[in-house]
Ligand binder design. Structure first.
Ligand code: S3P
Length: 168
């Protein structure tokens, strides 16, 4: 198999943890888009948002998507907002099988509430923010080739489910 396996989904859906474990099982390289962005910029995502704003972050993200989509045989974990840009979707899907890791707003809140590194969730009412962002993004995530609900599952269970999908 040459195509990349591209994990999309909301913050806290499990893309990074699942992606690492999946890459291990498939003996592939793992690439985390947020890490690529931070190392190419030499600053944290929170600093990019704070110093340059979200629009600038999206431009950098787009460049990294373009670059990473040209590679093959990877498992790629994308940032939650990657689906907002049509060209990102085209680039990632051209050479990739896209899997949407879905989770309920309640589970997302529980998984993200104790972390401060996600600028979009550093708001007074994070629950409301999650619900609102999900409403906008859900139809975009649904454009993925497959959906796996991670809400009530362990990382291993999600990986097993993806492996079953890939074997079909
Ligand atoms: C974002 C998700 C983050 C990161 C940035 C913006 C989003 O990645 O790219 O904070 O718009 O949903 P994770 O989904 O890996 O947390």
């Amino acid at each position: 198999m040459q195509k990349n396996i591209v994990l999309v989904g909301f913050m806290g859906a499990g893309k990074t943890a699942v992606g690492k474990a999946l890459a291990g099982r498939l003996n592939r390289h793992f690439s985390d888009l947020d890490d690529e962005i931070e190392s190419s910029e030499k600053r944290l995502i929170s600093a990019i948002f704070q110093e340059s704003g979200e629009a600038a972050f999206r431009e950098i993200e787009k460049k990294c998507v373009k670059y990473i989509s040209k590679r093959k045989n990877l498992v790629i974990a994308c940032g939650g907002g990657v689906v907002l840009d049509k060209e990102n979707m085209e680039n990632l899907q051209r050479n990739g099988i896209m899997i949407y890791l879905k989770a309920s707003p309640e589970v997302i809140y529980e998984r993200t509430k104790d972390y401060q590194h996600r600028p979009l969730l550093q708001v007074a009412d994070a629950k409301k923010q999650i619900t609102e962002l999900l409403q906008v993004r859900e139809p975009l995530y649904a454009q993925a080739d497959f959906t796996v609900d991670t809400s009530e599952k362990t990382i291993i269970q999600v990986v097993e489910e993806i492996l079953r999908i890939l074997k079909r």
